[in-house]
Write a protein that binds this ligand. Sequence first.
Ligand code: BTN
Length: 268
Amino acid sequence: MNQDLISAQIRTKWAGKELQYFDIVDSTNNIADEAGLKGAASGFLAVADRQDSGRGRRGRTWISPAGYNIFMSIMVRPGIPMDKVSGLTLVMALAVAKAIDKELGTVSCGIKWPNDVVLNKRKIVGILTELHTMPGAEDYYVVIGTGINVNQPADLFDEKIRDIAGSVFSETGRELDRSKLLGECMEIFEGLYEKYIQSGDMSLIKKEYESILLNKDAGVRILDPKGEYEAVSRGIADDGSLLIELPDGTTKTINAGEVSVRGLYGYT
Ligand code: BTN
């Protein structure tokens, strides 16, 4: 993977058109943030072969070894109300899941709400979306950082996470061309993003998202800081929140910023 190989795979109107590739970087989210601050056009993409300070959600680190995976961050200027921005994480999850399936030629990837892409019950993609307001202006931009475990062998995952984390290769035995997969991700993301912006919510792509949502009509454990409980998830609402049915038959929606969800028998 290098700048030329990736550029050759970008067929979009704006997503990833401006591209910066690094053999090593602290975090591609930082590069995309700097580009946003300096006024880069929406769609700027930072890609790295390795990160030495990769960040995950909830303050966790994202292990980012060289030679196997994709670490990328796209900077966008959505111009929608800020409270709609979190849905872009679901858009990216759907785009990456579809891109991997396209490269594999199968329907294999699922999504664990809201945005983990899962293969064989193992998480292979993580997404960290960060919103940045411009100093002194009402304007803002968003960095969507995505780590895709592509060709990493299973034994290179830390023993502690080997049960729940994997790569396309560890789960299917198939090695994928990272530049090609990246180009596919950008193309699919661009189309889904435009639909999201058009309606300002998931309504135009909800069916597609739900078609690979693992938490659909399935038992879930809701890890609410106020107390854990079980429910049946029924899909998503237009704003991307999870629709759940409680044991008494009532339904409600839950928000990704407030709670986590697990399957009844494990991570998914
Ligand atoms: C998660 O915890 O699931 C989110 C992981 C996000 C990792 C990606 S890798 C590219 C980008 N740069 C970072 O430092 N983090 C994101």
